[in-house]
Design a protein around this ligand. Structure first.
Ligand code: GH3
Ligand code: MG
Ligand code: MG
Ligand code: MG
Length: 303
């Protein structure tokens, strides 16, 4: 990955000095320059520098205004900014740090100190990036079912609470589809548990493919799944369920299951409806519908 630094200063001499110093150490691959805050902000947006060194006192737009602009852009969060301040100007050092600067250097700066402070900021940045990655991984591990890549049961409960709250507040509909693979024990018995797992994740993929942006799919139990469909009434949800039923029925599995067809039974329920006024009652209603789908011959949708 190529790394770049952006140096913002109205003085060409200072810009050259900073860039020459950093080039000698070879900390970056690209060196960008700007003459004032606004030009610097535009360059930063376009080029996405990994670190910024910014003068305080500049015509047109000073370093503080630059910090404010950067603060207003979430995509620039975490880019370290080292301010260059005049020798005696304590106020602007403090103000700069308060407004989001990561560090400051006093002019005229010592080249050794410049390099050392830049290295510290790059180190902090890389630790922050690692922490962010670790957090994303943790979130995956906590919320995602590892076999199917769908949300797990724990996270489904969170999604349902959130969506139900939103639906009630906005007076919108919220639909739920619960489905279960038919005679799945037979798949395991015939092809083995491992091939059973392949079927499970293929069915999960088919369900995932049906979803729109705000829908969610979760693995609720062994071979039971739940789809949460906000902003959709019973008729729309039944159509989605029917499409999924058809897609599963028509799916071809890999060897040795080429000739296998699996079917699913689906139960659909929508909030609001008589006696459906909570997550629990919505869930119960969909589960009862699923039970009826099984009773009435499987491979079908019931409400
Ligand atoms: P029904 O049509 O009534 O649903 O019949 P069924 O055979 O599918 O019955 P049921 O839903 O009760 O059976 C669930 C089976 O799914 C039993 C269990 O061995 C299997 N199963 C549950 N979790 C997994 C899993 O992670 N992998 C595999 N391969 N099988 C699983
Ligand atoms: Mg200046
Ligand atoms: Mg089953
Ligand atoms: Mg089951």
């Amino acid at each position: 990955m190529s790394t770049s630094v952006l140096v913002i200063d109205d003085s060409a001499t200072i810009r050259d000095q900073v860039i020459r110093t950093l080039k000698e150490v070879g900390l970056f691959e690209n060196y960008l320059e700007a003459r004032d805050g606004l030009e610097g902000f535009k360059t930063l947006i376009d080029a996405k520098a990994d670190l910024v060194i910014c003068d305080v006192d500049m015509p047109r737009m000073d370093g503080f205004k630059f910090l404010q602009l950067v603060e207003s852009r979430p995509e620039l969060l975490g880019v370290p900014i080292i301010m260059l301040t005049g020798m005696m100007d304590f106020d602007s050092k403090i103000r700069g740090l308060e407004q989001g600067a990561s560090d400051y250097l006093t002019k005229p700066f010592d080249v050794g100190e410049l390099v050392a402070r830049v290295k510290v900021q790059l180190k902090i940045k890389s630790l922050q990036d690692e922490l962010k990655k670790a957090n994303e991984l943790l979130k995956r591990l906590t919320n995602i079912d590892h076999l199917t890549n769908l949300f797990n049961r724990r996270y489904l409960a969170e999604i349902l609470d959130g969506e139900f709250f939103r639906a009630r507040r906005n007076k919108e509909e919220l639909s739920l589809i619960i489905f279960d693979i038919d005679y799945f024990k037979k798949v395991n018995d015939t092809f083995g548990h491992q091939n059973g797992d392949v079927v499970l994740s293929a069915v999960a993929q088919l369900a995932q493919r049906q979803l729109r942006a705000y829908d969610s799919a979760a693995r609720y139990g062994g071979e039971e799944f739940v789809l949460v469909i906000p902003g959709t009434g019973l008729a729309g949800a039944v159509m989605a369920a029917e499409r999924l039923r058809q897609a599963v029925l028509e799916h071809t599995f890999p060897s040795p299951m080429e000739d296998l067809t699996v079917t699913i039974s689906l139960g659909v329920a929508t909030y609001p409806a008589p006696n459906v006024d909570s997550v629990d009652s919505l869930f119960r209603r969909a589960d009862e519908a699923l039970y009826r789908a099984k009773q009435n011959g499987r491979n079908r949708v019931e409400v």
